[in-house]
Write a protein that binds this ligand. Structure first.
Ligand code: FPP
Length: 246
């Protein structure tokens, strides 16, 4: 992770605390270049490295990346395997950088469905970086927004059955605190690359008041310069949270 001269124009005023990204367009990038889809994912993984570094450098607190959805398991076996290999490579090649830059690694989703070796990399790195105070890198793996809400419901029902919680006590905070993102601030800014106007089952509960930014850039071409431009645009937005302007 290199230092960023470009980030000098970004001061800490009104920075989004939590940025979430739907990294879309790897397949179309590859198709445009007459390459295999997997080449698109490879170039996409390189963009992940740059954006993690840029987010840390400008002082963003939480970066949530939609790396693999519950639906992505239905892609061809070769593509799923290639994505798993890229994740493995990411944990191996970024391990030292993550530790050196005080990044705290977290994951959300059905982690138990991921290959065992990836689970082991995650566990090791999450344990080592648990007390780190820099960027929280939150990777969504085998993640689906509906599954997140469903699993929260199941945890809540379990507590009700064992008399640890009364139905009358359930409120929005109860639901938030049983989601995979428990303890994390909700995203201030949701970026989607690749131009599609969809949420694609990402953080459904958590993005209730997030600012949305759709970029036409395909994820492998997304770079820190555009990321900084989006952050600057975010700062000009007026967030009213359903109220009137002050
Ligand atoms: C969507 O593009 C992207 C994905 C399903 C996977 C995202 C994975 C990466 C960016 C690389 C690996 C991640 C890490 C954290 C190292 P798409 O294939 O749906 O693109 P398309 O819409 O153009 O077909």
């Amino acid at each position: 992770m290199k230092s960023d001269n470009n980030c000098l124009s970004i001061n800490s005023d009104k920075l989004p605390m939590h940025v979430a990204i739907i990294m879309d367009g790897n397949g179309r990038w590859a198709k445009k270049k007459l390459k295999n889809r997997i080449e698109g994912h490879k170039k996409g993984a390189a963009a992940v490295r740059d954006i993690v570094s840029a987010a840390g450098n400008i002082g963003i607190n939480i970066l949530t990346l939609y790396a693999f959805s519950t639906e992505n398991w239905q892609r061809p076996r070769t593509e799923v395997n290639a994505l798993m290999k890229l994740l493995e490579n990411f944990f191996i090649s970024e391990r030292d950088n993550i530790i050196k830059n005080k990044v705290k690694l977290q994951v959300i989703g059905q982690i138990w469905k991921m290959p065992k070796n990836i689970q082991a990399f995650i566990k090791e790195l999450a344990d080592i970086t648990e007390k780190n105070t820099g960027l929280i890198l939150n990777l969504a793996l085998s993640y689906g927004g509906r599954e997140d809400i469903l699993s929260a419901f199941k945890k809540i029902i379990k507590k009700i059955k064992s008399d640890k919680l009364k139905p009358d006590e359930i409120n929005e905070e109860t639901i938030s605190s049983h989601l995979y993102t428990a303890g994390l601030a909700e995203p201030d800014l949701l970026i989607r690359t690749g131009g599609e106007m969809r949420v694609s089952n990402f953080l459904l509960w958590q993005i209730a008041y997030s600012e949305l930014y759709i970029s036409k850039t395909l994820w492998p071409d997304f770079n820190k310069e555009e990321f900084f431009e989006i952050i600057k645009a975010f700062r000009l937005r007026e967030r009213r949270f359903g109220k009137v302007a002050e």
